[in-house]
Write a protein that binds this ligand. Structure first.
Ligand code: GTP
Ligand code: MG
Length: 349
């Protein structure tokens, strides 16, 4: 006879049993894979940075396709565009049977106005809107089995290759954005800096990021978090190596150039050629590997578990407080009413 023991005792009693034949449950990973492949994946990437820093070009270079058009002002006389023109483009891309619904959210012209006060607000508003849309759908009694995910999973933040330091505006925007999403800073058009300038610039940006307490993705502390470690353990060393490389000094190009008889993604100038995929030229391949090959899933998960969860908790607590406040007010009014309005001694429920 088996007796029902308390759960802790039961857990202690779990024994490892050696199978005498093949059962087949090891196929669960293939079963999951099949299901996931059928469903496809969703990834939402946002780019933030000044006009003409090569945001569109870099996105197209990372995903080796023409996903978004360059929108740099055609003529000097053209008016700078407002940050409010946030546009999202969704494409489905496929690689070896894996379908990825990729949404690129472009925030053209950030910080290009004479008065840049609060220019980041529309971007934050957009990010929060996606969370609140998701939350609304989640709280619907008859909720969809699979809620469409429009939450921003990663933000590529483009830093001008000035070689000096981050601008106060950069610092404010980085700080605000990193409160709501996974922010990955990159040094745009890094072919305009010499190797020494690039290293010094990187060092300065790193120091500033640390000084201002800006939390850039990937988070080293989250590795210790048991919730995030479930199933997939990210090697702490890998995360640290990526963090050491941030901000990635990148170069983008949608054109192929021929180097030693091979067509490669690159930029040809009057004084030479930059091979975008050459690690000695820039850190584009590191960024691409990190974004698409090692941390794609982690960014999606971190958005849900860390950023969305924080938003959700805050919203639901606020809702609870306002509801209990309203109930208390009603009760107070209910108690006052008989005294004020009703005849003496009447009880109003
Ligand atoms: N030198 C250099 N030029 C680049 C690089 N990436 C893009 N460009 C050039 O910079 C110009 C602007 O590139 P876009 O990709 O349109 O820039 P953007 O940031 O998307 O511009 P907006 O959408 O208007 O904000 C184009 O002429 C690109 O060819 C780079 O890494 N190095
Ligand atoms: Mg663009």
């Amino acid at each position: 006879m088996t007796s029902i023991a308390p759960s802790t005792a039961a857990a202690d009693a779990v024994k490892k049993v050696t199978l005498t034949g093949y059962v087949g449950f090891d196929s669960i990973t293939q079963q999951i894979e099949k299901k996931l492949l059928k469903r496809g994946f969703t990834f939402n990437l946002m780019v933030v940075g000044r006009t003409g820093l090569g945001k569109s070009t870099l996105v197209n270079t990372i995903f080796a396709s023409h996903l978004i058009d360059s929108k740099a002002p055609k003529r000097a006389a053209d008016a700078p565009r407002q940050t409010t023109e946030i546009t999202s483009v969704t494409n489905v891309i496929e690689e070896n049977g894996v379908r990825l619904k990729l949404t690129i959210t472009d925030t053209p012209g950030y910080g290009d106005q004479v008065n840049n006060e609060n220019c980041w607000e529309p971007i934050i508003k957009y990010i929060k809107e996606q969370y609140s849309q998701y939350l609304r759908k989640e709280l619907t009694p008859a909720r969809e089995r699979r809620i469409p995910d429009t939450r921003v999973h990663a933000i590529l933040f483009f830093i001008s290759p000035t070689g000096h330091a981050l601008t106060p505006l950069d610092i404010t925007v980085l700080k605000r954005l990193s409160e709501y999403a996974n922010v990955i800073p990159v040094i745009a058009k890094s072919d305009s800096l010499t190797m020494e300038e690039r290293q010094a610039f990187k060092r300065r940006i790193k120091d500033e990021i640390e000084f201002h307490g800006i939390r850039c993705y990937p988070y080293i502390d989250s590795v210790e978090d048991d919730v995030l470690l479930e199933g997939e353990r990210i090697d702490r060393g890998v995360v640290q190596a990526i963090r050491d490389m941030i901000p990635f000094a990148v170069v983008g190009s949608e054109r192929n150039i021929v180097i030693d008889g091979n067509a490669v993604r690159g930029r040809r100038t009057r004084w030479g050629m930059v091979n975008v995929e050459d690690e000695s030229h820039c850190e584009f391949t590191h960024l691409r590997n990190f974004l698409t090959r090692t941390h794609l899933q982690d960014m999606i998960e971190t958005t849900a578990v860390v950023h969305y969860e924080a938003f959700r908790t805050k919203q639901l607590l606020a809702l609870k407080e306002s509801t209990s406040g309203a109930v208390q007010q009603q009760q107070a009014q209910g108690q006052q009413r008989p005294v004020e309005q009703g005849p003496v001694g009447t009880v109003v429920a």
